[in-house]
Ligand binder design. Structure first.
Ligand SMILES: Nc1ncnc2c1ncn2[C@@H]1O[C@H](COP(=O)(O)OP(=O)(O)OP(=O)(O)O)[C@@H](O)[C@H]1O
Length: 480
């Protein structure tokens, strides 16, 4: 194992995240979550089962049309309509939003969000938590989270003073705080805007709380509690090193390979837990560098469960509309069909690996996608071209090859060809045949093969080159 050191010229990558999180004026990420027209218009049937709450609508592999579009701007695709009107409509919807997140499907209806029902919902989350002790994991310690009153949060954050502001996202502001017992915390405060938006955000808040409250893993953000007085707040364990995005893309110093590899392994473990180890199957849907926080030991923690979905065991996948997430990390079946399952996260994780390898952002300032840039280089095993020049030679060769190998498989355009996270972990650790092939410098299985994109519902063959075309088209439309 060759040790990693911090060397190399800082690379000035055109960056969407060029400032420390705390100094960001507001959202800087790409908001163009747009889809490829070509592929979908050629798709025989496209189901847009609308997700209006956490009991999702689509379950089987057979895609279906949904009439349930009551509370959002859903678009049902007419497969016979060859025009691009569907896509124009979708882009109009997307462009109306000034931020990355599209809030048009709501977890709770606006009218539901009264103080009383809020308390009821919180009680429900709490009692689900209590039941957890007896179901499945009898010896697991019950996660301890509690309700904070507003005075405690005001005292901890020095009245939410701007010096304690450590991050700003689509959902709110995050403040550093210190509890009376000396424990540092991060307080995420839901932003108050217009009344209408407020209700939607309350739904998002409850949805995030309902998910994160059930998570207990070293590689996932740890919830300490919540506060509902004087606004909605989540109280989380404080991560002193902030987000991976800041460390990797905005810091003067080069993030050493040892930490990058540790992040790759830790995030993979966290995702494996969410997909398989947690008592319910959770799809995060927004894996990206700014949602990975680092503890004082540089252990990565997956954070921001605002878009996360529960997926019932018996369902193959789930179809949501509109498409939410971050451009550059969206799997093709997701941005084209709204299909969500574990492989949605695997794809985004693959993009994250590419960021770790290359030091480049997922989408640069000219909206060039990292996947498009890296795919041919990965196929040709061009390690020198790919590796972040700031690392120089300071990386472990075997680890780098394993990470490249994992990235290559995770960003496969066909979800069925992407490994599950358990397989990814094996590849990263060099425990399976793919990694061995990569070490011997052998060509990985060609990604140009033809295959069925969605089992049973979409018999259209889909090739890698078509995927790249679609991604290109996706990008062009985003720029229009
Ligand atoms: N526990 C924490 N410890 C330290 N910093 C944190 C913590 N939680 C969040 N942050 C900082 O705040 C930023 C925004 O947090 P978060 O992503 O949870 O907010 P959000 O409003 O949900 O944003 P997004 O737009 O990604 O949905 C993070 O990128 C990070 O820099």
């Amino acid at each position: 194992m060759s040790p990693s050191k911090e060397t190399g010229e800082p690379q000035k990558t055109p960056d969407l995240e060029t400032q420390p999180e705390s100094k960001k004026p507001d959202f800087k990420e790409d908001d163009s979550n747009q889809s490829s027209p070509r592929c979908v218009l050629e798709t025989p049937v496209l189901g847009t089962g609308i997700d209006s709450d956490n009991s999702s609508t689509s379950s089987s592999s057979s895609s279906r049309r949904s009439d349930n579009n009551s509370n959002n701007s859903s678009i049902v695709v007419d497969s016979n309509n060859g025009s691009s009107q569907h896509w124009r409509n979708m882009f109009d919807v997307i462009k109306m939003k000034s931020i990355r997140r599209l809030y048009s499907f709501q977890t709770f209806k606006s009218s539901d969000i009264s103080k009383r029902s809020l308390n009821k919902k919180l009680a429900r989350i709490r009692s689900a938590e209590d039941r957890m002790e007896y179901e499945g994991e009898p010896f697991a310690a019950k996660p301890s989270w509690r309700s904070f009153d507003y005075g405690e949060l005001v005292a901890a954050t020095d009245n939410f003073c701007s010096e304690n502001l450590i991050g700003k996202g689509g959902n709110g502001e995050v403040y550093k705080g210190l509890l009376s017992d000396g424990q540092p915390v991060a307080v995420k405060r839901l932003m108050r805007k217009k009344k209408k938006e407020d209700d939607a955000r309350t739904g998002d808040f409850l949805s995030e709380l309902g998910t994160i409250a059930h998570i207990d893993h070293p590689n996932a953000a740890h919830l300490l509690g919540y506060g509902v007085d004087g606004g909605l707040h989540l109280v989380l364990q404080y991560s002193p090193h902030g987000s991976l995005a800041t460390l990797l893309h905005s810091s003067e110093e080069c993030l050493e390979w040892g930490i990058r590899y540790r992040v790759a392994i830790g995030v993979a473990k966290g995702l494996q837990y969410l997909h398989r180890g947690c008592h319910r199957r959770i799809i995060h849907r927004d894996i990206k560098a700014s949602n990975i926080l680092l503890t004082k030991d540089f252990e990565p923690q997956i954070s921001d469960f605002g878009l996360a979905k529960w997926l019932p065991e018996k369902w193959n996948h789930h179809i949501v509309f509109p498409i939410e997430g971050t451009f550059g990390y969206l799997a093709p079946e997701y941005f084209m069909h709204g299909i969500v399952d574990e492989k949605t996260d695997v794809f985004a994780y693959g993009v994250l690996l590419l960021e770790l390898i290359t030091g480049r952002v997922a989408v640069d300032s000219s909206r060039q996608s990292l996947v498009m840039w890296a795919k041919p280089l990965l196929d040709e095993n061009e390690m020198k071209e790919l590796v972040d020049p700031r690392l120089g030679e300071d990386y472990n060769d075997d680890e780098m090859k394993n990470v490249m190998s994992a990235a290559s498989m995770c960003i496969h355009h066909l979800s069925t060809k992407r490994p599950h996270m358990s397989g990814v972990l094996q590849i990263l650790r060099g425990e399976n045949e793919y990694a061995a092939d990569a070490r011997r410098g052998e060509q990985r299985p060609s990604s140009a093969g033809r295959s069925v994109i969605i089992d049973g519902c979409d018999l259209e063959d889909y090739t890698c080159s078509r995927y790249l075309n679609d991604l290109n088209r996706h990008r062009e439309l985003a720029l229009e």
